[in-house]
Design a protein around this ligand. Structure first.
Ligand SMILES: [Zn+2]
Ligand SMILES: [Zn+2]
Length: 387
């Protein structure tokens, strides 16, 4: 029997344009794309930014293994490039066995069938090598407007208008496991839109919100259609949400700039998270678990002795000697007696075996996963390395 869990995966978290530079690599450079698997195993895609390519590859690989076709509802918040750019690279659209129901609004600049036309336009000559006829999957297009609701399996979906140039929809997903609200690309400051956003997020277990700027940047970027982490926190508090996820990071925000946003935001709201590519949130009726799909290790690496310093969940500094294992280019696992806070920084110093004079190597990493170990009181801590 299916468990009563909704699973939300972040495949793209960057706003405006993809960023491939190393300074943005830890949080990820792909533009918005989220995958939501509802408790009845329905598949939903929220936005079709460049993150959609990897999601499609993952679904295609799974379909090849199971022999099953793919069916999904695809919700597109608006037509800015960063939210549609992944469509031509979504492999499951090129198989006639698959079927997709697309939902978006009628743009006053494009007219009827806006999303279908956006598809055609982005694949027209000379912008793309093959045209839309190469996409053999079954496709249906539905128009939505703010205030509309519909059901996808066991999930009730409601759309609301957000404050963004040329329009944007926010979505509320009421699943049997809990409520998720997704509101990217929104500028605060217009009372009726601010109120609509609070209603969209009302009591949500997970609220994903535009936090492209710092409050100072927002001051000088009025009219660009985006929000700050501080405005997101104000909305989260007014709507009494349980977990806030700051989303749509500016392409010019380096990982350390995003770290500063998280640190400042944590001072004002306890359950705040920074969206990161690979992050997975599992929503059960009682709790929200956060995990991170770090690249799987090969399993043959030896464990190495390390000294780890960091902060526990109640803010105390710890310093312990332990072993690090599963080391990959980006990630590793460390067994610790102290449980650090998720998304907090750790310093890891490789310990040189006695007698060797080699310089000690210090690495900084971030906690992305915590799992209690069944056989002792330790926790298995998944980390991602900082540049
Ligand atoms: Zn955007
Ligand atoms: Zn936009």
């Amino acid at each position: 029997m299916a468990e009563n869990i909704a699973k939300l995966s972040f495949w793209g978290v960057r706003g405006s344009t993809p960023s491939a530079d190393r300074t943005t690599w830890r949080y990820g450079g792909n533009t918005p794309c989220l995958e939501l698997i509802t408790p009845d195993q329905g598949r939903l895609i929220l936005d079709c930014g460049t993150g959609l390519r990897m999601l499609g590859n993952s679904w295609a690989a799974e379909a090849e293994q199971t022999g099953r076709s793919i069916e999904a509802d695809v919700l597109v918040t608006h037509y800015h490039w960063d939210h549609i750019q992944g469509i031509p690279f979504f492999a499951p659209l090129y198989s006639p066995r698959n079927a997709f129901r697309f939902h978006s609004f009628r743009s006053e600049f494009v007219g009827p069938e806006s999303l279908k036309r956006a598809f055609e336009a982005q694949m027209a000559h000379p912008y793309f090598p093959v045209n839309l006829s190469a996409m053999s999957a079954h496709r249906e297009f539905t128009e939505l407007a703010g205030g509309d609701s519909f059901n996808a399996g066991d999930t009730r979906i409601t759309a609301r208008w957000l404050n963004h140039p040329q329009g944007c929809l926010g979505f509320r997903f009421e699943t049997p496991a809990g409520v998720i609200a997704y509101a990217t690309d929104n500028e605060p400051g217009v009372p009726e839109f601010d109120q609509a956003l609070i209603e969209l997020a009302d009591g949500a277990d997970i609220f994903i919100n535009d936090a492209q700027y710092t409050p100072e940047q927002l001051e000088s970027r009025k009219g660009w259609g985006h929000s700050s982490w501080l405005a997101s926190i104000r909305t989260a508090k007014a709507a009494r949400v349980r977990h806030l996820v700051l989303f749509h990071h500016d392409p010019d925000s380096s990982d350390s700039a995003v770290d500063r946003i998280l640190r400042d935001a944590r001072g004002q709201f306890e359950n705040v998270w920074i969206a990161a590519e690979g992050m997975v949130m599992s929503l059960g009726t009682k709790q929200v678990d956060i995990d991170f799909c770090t690249q799987r290790h090969l399993g043959s690496e030896p464990s190495l002795p390390v000294r780890v310093t960091g902060q526990t969940q109640d803010g105390k500094t710890f310093d312990e000697h332990t072993m690090i294992h599963d080391m990959g280019m980006r990630s590793a696992t460390i067994d610790l007696a102290h449980a650090p806070k998720l998304q907090s920084a750790l310093q890891v110093v490789m310990e040189t075996p006695a007698g060797e004079t080699e310089k000690r190597r210090a690495l900084r990493c971030y906690v992305v996963r915590l799992e209690p170990k069944p056989d002792n009181n330790e926790v298995s801590v998944g980390v991602v390395f900082v540049e």
